[in-house]
Design a protein around this ligand. Structure first.
Ligand code: CAA
Length: 295
């Protein structure tokens, strides 16, 4: 691999961008991580440092490799710091206008042969690709939270994405120790088209009084061997994110089977967003996180 291809640019230092940077460093890449919010960069650096130390503890990395990895990351509040990168992963806020603005800026200073990947979980890859001058070298690389743990990368081809772009991205995902699965660009791709209706249905079960959240989760964990129940997972993902994705499915397919559950909407409107707000289907505000708050 050329020196430029070994340098990967990650735009956005939130949960996903930070996790992606961690995995890239662990796999031996050099990383430039940008975020317009300096505090986000500070928090990401701390999290990555702790994550790499954990990798050493668990025998996934030698201490020497950890030290070298820490020497290969640069953080910046300026997006143009990504200009030397040979591959760009966009992981900024999950809003079309925000992503499009970042992509338009990147287009100006990134060489035209550089592949742009978006980590979007629900926005049309084809539509995002059309905001750039390189739709053939643009695709979705959808990582899963927690990125250092989850092995899947959903590789999403837009209408114009070239087969070699998809193939290169699959190789790249494998080089990170991930398993790429190719899908085409449809609302929710495969992951969220299947996952979110399940979560939404679990919320309906609570709203209709079929069972308490803990009972719904227990059924799916013990009966279906899911590591987290759907409502615990919804809290983990963020109820606002779940609602946004249900809206993408509902509007994208214009099919009532994707209608967002009114209880999900009510909880989001009241500010109960799950773990990040301290309260969702469960209460995370005290040391005894996990008590039911909705039913
Ligand atoms: N960030 C980083 N690492 C984390 C983590 C986090 N938030 N949560 C757990 N981990 C790590 C732990 O540190 C631990 O790693 P070590 O090997 O270093 O010990 C490992 O994960 C296992 O953790 P635990 O033993 O504490 O807990 P667990 O066995 O219950 O596993 C879990 C935790 C991996 C999160 C598991 O519950 C799980 O797989 N849950 C489902 C997660 C899931 O479905 N994610 C996809 C969400 S959808 C999405 O991301 C995309 C979208 O578009 C919405």
């Amino acid at each position: 691999m050329s020196e430029r291809l070994e340098l990967v640019g990650v735009a956005g230092a939130g949960t996903m961008g930070c996790g992606i940077a961690h995995v890239l460093l662990r796999a031996g890449y050099a990383v430039v991580l940008t975020d317009e919010v300096p505090q986000a960069l500070g928090a990401a650096s701390e999290k990555i440092t702790a994550g790499l130390a954990r990798d050493v503890e668990k025998g996934r990395l030698t201490d020497q490799a950890r030290q070298q990895a820490l020497g290969r990351i640069e953080t910046s509040a300026q997006l143009d710091a990504l200009s030397p990168a040979g591959f760009i992963i966009e992981a900024v806020t999950e809003r079309f206008d925000v992503k499009a603005e970042v992509l338009r800026k990147l287009e100006v200073f990134c060489p035209s042969d550089v592949v742009f990947a978006t980590n979007t979980s629900s926005i049309s890859v084809t539509r995002l690709a059309a905001t750039t001058g390189r739709p053939q070298r643009f695709l979705g690389l959808h990582f899963f939270n927690p990125v250092p743990v989850m092995t899947l990368v959903e590789v999403v081809a837009g209408v114009e994405t070239l087969p070699e772009t998809v193939e290169g991205a699959c190789q790249f995902a494998r080089s990170l120790g991930k398993i790429p699965v190719r899908v085409n660009d449809f609302p929710g791709f495969v992951s969220n088209r299947v996952l979110m209706p399940m979560i939404n249905e679990a919320v309906y079960a609570v709203m209709e009084g079929v069972a308490e959240p803990q009972a719904v989760d227990e059924v799916m964990k013990r009966g279906m061997n899911h590591p987290m129940g759907p409502l615990e997972l919804a809290d983990f993902i963020g109820l606002d994110v779940c609602l946004d994705i249900m809206k993408v499915l509902y509007e994208g397919f214009r099919d009532s089977k994707y209608r967002p559950c009114p209880l999900l909407e009510k909880m989001v409107h009241s500010g109960r967003l799950g773990r990040k707000s301290g309260r969702g289907f469960y209460d995370y505000s005290t040391a005894q996180a996990g008590s039911t708050t909705a039913g």
